[in-house]
Design a binder for this molecule. Structure first.
Ligand code: ATP
Ligand code: MG
Length: 227
């Protein structure tokens, strides 16, 4: 249901501990830029890089995402990673999602540059870029551009065979052999992080206007992220 009936489907993975307006704005902007007809947020069941660290349960992170996407009809939330064996590796997730897509549908994996720049070390690296069109967006403070995205990949894919800057000046597309087109989008601006939110909540200070109001109320009602 979540994966069928879409032609151009964006998938946004993350820990979402908790989801915030930075995630939602990035998904909104990228979905316009790529003309997606659905965006699926998929919380990691067992985040491989974040053991422990004041992690809310999968169920709670899922609930907060469901509250966050209310009212945006093209946004949806999937709990698929709960049913996949082993750590939540992106390659495993992308394989599982591909099996559930309609024939001919295109899959875009939406990821911030902070995360993408480590892709050379991800599990199943060589298949990853064939399993989805990676769609990378700028993270404030990282000074990334289309050429920085190319540099990350050059190390193991060699040079791009084609570089297509977007006429709007907001990003572009890189073509590599043995990979789906890699998109880059430079307009995401909200400098909000879940780490900062957890710190504020731990100190008992306000997170109003950084998360959707329903998420803020859910966190407060359940006293999440207080140690
Ligand atoms: P943490 O601080 O715990 O690492 P986070 O805010 O970075 O949390 P994640 O769940 O780690 O959130 O990120 C999921 C995805 O969202 C990643 O691709 C990340 O690059 C992206 N992302 C996180 N914060 C923002 C933001 N403010 N604007 C745009 N994208 C973001
Ligand atoms: Mg992060």
């Amino acid at each position: 249901m979540i994966f069928s009936g879409a032609r151009r489907l964006g998938l946004m993975g993350g820990t979402f501990n908790p989801v915030h307006l930075g995630h939602l704005r990035a998904a909104e902007e990228l979905s316009e830029y790529l003309a997606l007809d659905r965006v699926v947020f998929m919380p990691a069941y067992r985040p491989p890089h974040k053991p422990g660290l004041n992690l809310a349960s999968f169920g709670r992170r899922l609930t907060m995402l469901n509250l966050a996407v209310e009212g945006q009809p093209i946004f949806a939330v999937s709990d698929l990673e709960r049913d996949l064996p082993g750590p939540s590796y992106t390659a495993n997730t992308l394989k599982a999602v591909n099996e559930r897509l309609d024939p001919g549908a295109e899959l875009f994996f939406m990821v911030g540059f902070d995360s993408f720049r480590t892709v050379g070390h991800w599990h199943g690296r060589d298949q990853l870029l064939r399993l989805a069109s990676f769609s990378v967006f700028r993270r404030p403070g990282l000074g990334s551009e289309l050429s920085s995205v190319g540099e990350v990949l050059r190390a193991f894919l060699g040079p791009p065979t084609e570089i297509r800057p977007d006429p709007s000046g907001r990003g572009g597309t890189l073509i590599f052999p043995n990979a789906k087109p890699i998109h880059y989008f430079a307009d995401c601006l909200l400098e909000i992080s879940s780490t900062d939110l957890r710190n504020r909540l731990d100190q008992g200070t306000s997170v109003r206007y950084l998360v959707p109001e329903k998420v803020r109320l859910y966190i407060a009602e359940n006293a999440l992220y207080h140690r």
